[in-house]
Design a binder for this molecule. Sequence first.
Ligand SMILES: [Zn+2]
Length: 975
Amino acid sequence: MRRLLNSFAFVILASCAGEVVDIDRTGHDILQKDMFVGEWYAQWTITDVPYTTGFAFTGYGGQLDRVKWAIEKGQLIARRSYEFTEGTDAPHMRDGAEWEGAPLYAFPIRGHFDRLRGYNTTTGEQNNVISESSADCQWYECKEMRVNWAGDARLGGDFGQFYVQGFDENDPDALIVDKENNYIEVNVRAFMAPELDRELTEYYGFPVPKCWLYSNPYWDCRGQTIGVKLAFTRMPHEPDTTDADGKLVAGAVKKTFAPLEYDDRKLQRFGYYRVTRFHYDEHYGSREANRKHYARIWNLWETNFREDGSVLPMAERDPKPIVYYLNRQFPGLPEAAPGSVDLLSSAQEVADQWDGVLVKAAAQAKGVDEATLRGQIPSCADGACGDQGRMFVLCRNNPVAEDDPAVCGPAGTEIRLGDPRYSMLYWQPTPQAGSPGGFGPMRTDPVTGEIVSATSYIYGAGYERHAAYIVDLMRLLLEETDIESFENAEDLVAQLQASELRRKASPAARLSIQDIQNSHRHERILDKGRDLAEMHRSGELMAQSFDARIAPIKADASLTRGVLNRELLVQAMGGTLTGEEPDELLEQHDMFSLARRVAERNEARLKRAGTECIDFNLFTDDAVLFIAQRLLQREDLRSDGTHDWDKIRAYLLKRLFVATALHEIGHNVGLRHNFSASTDAMNYHDSYWDLKTDLGILDPEFALNDDAIRALVQQTDENGATVREYQYSSVMDYGATWYQDLQGLGKYDQAAISYAYANHVEVFDYENAERLFPADPESIVEGHNLGYAYAFMPNNYHYMVYPRLLAGLPIDAPVQNGLINGTPVAEIAGLIRQRRWVPVDANDQVVGAPAKLRVPYRFCSDEYVGGSSYCHRFDSGADVYETVRDHIARAEGYRPLAAIRRGRAGWHPQFSGGYMDRAVRVYDFLSLQYKHFVNEEFIVRRGQDCIDPSTGRPIYRRNDDGSPNLNQPIAHFVA
Ligand SMILES: [Zn+2]
């Protein structure tokens, strides 16, 4: 990019005659007013924060907005250019008046003037001196002005308070005014105060910043001076013209993108971030009925319209790639931190994966094969790429180098953080206490939902620490580390070694169905179920509060004393107690409420973050053993025949980076979190089903004997990966383990992109697949009506029954020696992947194949997390048995790690991520699963017959001779 500190500072106007040179007496930083026409994008972004800032991080910023400039006598104002709620003000304007939106930014104007050539006042003859004159024009007629960019910038922020503190014009980050490219960049130092917690502030009567509630004691919660970039760029537009009076007429904004309406029904299929436009109706105001949702997506086409303005069918559109850049300090580039692990090939791997998904979608949209589509993408100069064109281009050099693809722009173009014209994969090299692990904001047109650009931030320091931590653990396992340096280390090693795989595989650790049934009897669970249902009917269930029920437990002071001490209490209260309070005051707090408070804070933080594409961590950091042994075997991670810890650390860092970057770019292309991806067995990676059926398994894991389980979890495929590593459908989940999404993008990720970007869905494609299509609308699960088979909706039938249903087999058809009725189980499970892509119309109806059975995908995001048994963060397993077992195994296996300080300065049992928080998370998970079970089985479906979906008939109890007892259909629970 050409950086013009201002348009005129260095211009020397040489006279052609050669003898006389013009003398330019105008100062620098002059702005030509005719630049401030048309509609602009405006964006603010935090570019720099001190390490200890507990509340802000590089990359955080406002939403992209659309503005129009207004030049007033004293101020240059950027006003919102569209109605926040459509149909409110604009229809009531008098003719000819221009509607004015809310001011988002304002800068004082220092002066209005014209640049004039001096002249002889007697003869009128011009001379060679050019100077500023404000005497010869009215302020509104003057063509030039000077603005105080450092003055009173009102930011459209909702995150703390800002004011501009200073402005250094000698800074390399100084003002950029690039008239040629319609770009203005203002870098300011701003004072930013931490966001306050309103309730606590009101309660305690002094300011309580939110970061106290989330933070570690070594975070600085004070306001800080931070770097903020304000960037303005004119929207792509038609050429400007002048009218008959010589007045400049701004060229209209170019319309190349057709918004994609994305209603709640579509949102149930695939989760996209949306832009919601409210409309005002003169009779009814703003209602849901006149509200419109648009998916936040990229425009993958040069244009969506014909010249006459009609919509171009997708097949006739020209593909346009998404272009990403790396930041200058990206590991592997010349300005990277010394000694950093080269991540260029990992970045390329991420780009390749998303490229594959986008190319597939674009090819579907155009109805061509992928090689043909690649040949149509202009990502290289003059088609030099042949059929190697890409829909996701990674420009690896910053500034752009000669040999970069043509779409990267001219060589020398420098890509800077916070410039809304460019998308970046950004590695934050320095640690920031307040930073999350990753952050994937997209800059979206607030009216249309078009993603203009996006950035995936990876906060590197956290991943470096995490890789080192995993290496420490591995060394500990090998007992190479000085045992003495760990507190209670012998204990730790022993517990670790007894955990996870070994523990899972040991017979004593597994419950049999008989055990479970016995425990039910012991608990008299059927009676309780009847009581609960009765309390539900009578309303009693609602009448008694949770607090009232646990009051007797809380009243047991000895219990609280056993687990609570003064230090814990003070810290859990977010520093609002000093610890000097009298015992009676401290005793008013009980451990239950405190642990609950920590868990709720953490939940609130995660929910809020999830809606803003902020990821604190994408995995819990404990499940290491599982993969450690395998890494230790790898030849390429050894030197001189022994483990090379530097290589292992570098390998881990690369894998962590790839997993995180895939997820953040997932946000960048519009995807929301999908916390049910880890339970969507129908759409797990193919290897998951291969590994099971290779062992002849087509039964639930809870029904397998110990030998079968052991064989299953230890078996690896040709990639050296185990069945546990294939148990997800999307990288938009938070996996239970850091290796959870090492296998890359999942089926959901492709399906979601194909759906929103290319109007394509998957149907099962084999003879009689539609047999499972519900002929009876009643059998479609209530309220969803997504065209999915009832049998495949979560929790209706066990997922291991799916292959049998697809094959038209009875759901209880037994597996014998790897065969069902003589057919190998691999063949039966193979039906799950017999799918075909078909187009859908704007009403979400399959075109041309209406009877085909749609492949169901599970989606569940931040708002609903914990609301059903299959929607949880950090879980692993396809059914309740598996997820519960996994939580227990991890809690037991890694308790010593979580509970031991190991010299960590920020470690505290009560804090988020600390031992108590982990414990609460596990107990919460277990109790939630129990609640789901009670609710679903005892209340919602109590007394309903169990239906065999392969016949549509109730399932009957069987007589001793195996024949159905037609008087006794099986109900979920009938006492
Ligand atoms: Zn995320």
